[in-house]
Write a protein that binds this ligand. Sequence first.
Ligand SMILES: NC(=O)C1=CN([C@@H]2O[C@H](COP(=O)(O)OP(=O)(O)OC[C@H]3O[C@@H](n4cnc5c(N)ncnc54)[C@H](OP(=O)(O)O)[C@@H]3O)[C@@H](O)[C@H]2O)[C@@H](O)CC1
Ligand SMILES: [K+]
Length: 500
Amino acid sequence: MIRILSVENMRKSDAATIAAGTPGRELMFRAGRAIFDSVNWKPPVAILCGSGNNAGDGYVIAKLLHDAEIACDLILLSEKFSEDGAYYYSLCKEAGIPSLTWDSSLNLSEYGTIVDCLFGTGFRGEVRDPAREAIEAVNRSSACVIAVDINSGLNGDSGMAETCVHSDLTVSVGSFQPGHFLNMAKDVMKAKINCDIGIEPVDRTYALIESSDLAELFQPRKNHSNKGTYGYTALIGGSKRYSGAIRLAGMANAAMRAGAGVVKLAVPDVIFTTVAPAVLESTMYPLSDDGNEMVFTEKEIAELVSNVKTVAFGMGIGTGEGAGKALEYLLEHYTGRLVVDADGLTLLSRMDKNRIRNAACTLVLTPHIKEFSRLTGLSTEEILNSPIAVAEKYAKENKVILLLKGPATVITDGETTYLTDTGCAGMATAGSGDVLSGILAAILGYSADPLLGTAAAAWINGKAGEAAQRIYGSISMTAGDTVASIPEAVLSVSEGYTQE
Ligand SMILES: NC(=O)C1=CN([C@@H]2O[C@H](COP(=O)(O)OP(=O)(O)OC[C@H]3O[C@@H](n4cnc5c(N)ncnc54)[C@H](OP(=O)(O)O)[C@@H]3O)[C@@H](O)[C@H]2O)[C@@H](O)CC1
Ligand SMILES: [K+]
């Protein structure tokens, strides 16, 4: 796992490292040196500097470039310096490095590389002029852009920006922050790396899931095992209005490809014959219906879930009384792991919160941003601006595992928080959510730790989507193509498994 620190945690950890005896000047040198070593420099280089320590990193880089005889100019947006920044700036002056004052008539396209040292962790709110003007000029230029610590203008906690630098490479200093992954991050940084400068975190951290974290979960299966070892899974969804035969089948097939022992797909009788031909390895269960949506019958649901380790509920099931009662029944009586998605989430958002808090099962909710807005009563803007904080609060208060979908996925139980950043633009297509539900229901059937299992599902789903996009492109790929690529995603992990 890769450690991720909130902006506040990063600032506190910087300060604690300095208080423990490593001077800020030394940390700044380590940061500048690490960035200098990470980049393939195309001269001449322009280093765009703000007024804080982020600019200080830039002065260190300028001095190292100068010593390596790589031409560089400093471009200052402010007369202000941090204490350590002022020290390294004085070294640049002594060395005779040209120092220009920002002016909108400067032609940044004359440079091979632009280094963005306007703001790092000290950035707050929205970009003010003249920084805004400079950021726009950087984005218009044809130079290779290196962002130091984080792209100036991008919020380090949310990955949101009104305007920000678009980088070819972002080199974070110390540890990544959530903003390197969430929301707009993928669209504004082509590549990112972190350089360790010896700062230990003082507060709880988040973790980005890597392939190696999942190798144990996806280890090749033993000969001495059977379908029961990997869990029976029930998927409950569909209605006449939303027969979505192919999508429901896609969900069932996704569950099989993600390693479920047995998949039971339950749909209202009225669509049974439409869905059945598209389903290959799963067992089909008809549910009573009113000619459109399911009607709740305790016996049917109780029988369906009696021997299953996981249930996924909600995809296309509608929001009628029958579905609502079925969900209430599952919350009260089912003791396995219950994934609620789509219409199931709408039903949950209308229910008394105590039903959720007191659920007998391990409850896993998989909302996208609008569904999460309905669940929490918060605006989508409020969620986008602090996704992790909001997700953690909801998960903790309601005792659920929450998987919040987005360009990066947040997975949390309110105590431990994982991020996954697999996935791609082409996955914004009908049925993608159903595929994730299928994968998730399957993995929860055999993973010991449901939180890590949920993160694994997000990771595999994203990886499979990436593989599908490589073949079909972001415009033409479908959710079915993602299902077809699940084996490739799983193999990419299990091939890395080595027994201790
Ligand atoms: N010792 C350490 O901690 C280490 C830190 N390191 C590096 O330092 C970075 C953090 O440095 P930092 O804290 O000095 O803040 P920083 O990001 O440079 O910018 C703050 C300046 O921006 C301005 N500003 C803010 N918002 C604005 C807005 N909306 N619009 C316009 N202006 C705005 C604000 O100006 P003011 O409003 O105060 O005039 C303030 O002066 C960190 O990311 C890493 O790169 C490494 O060297 C390792 C050791
Ligand atoms: K920056």
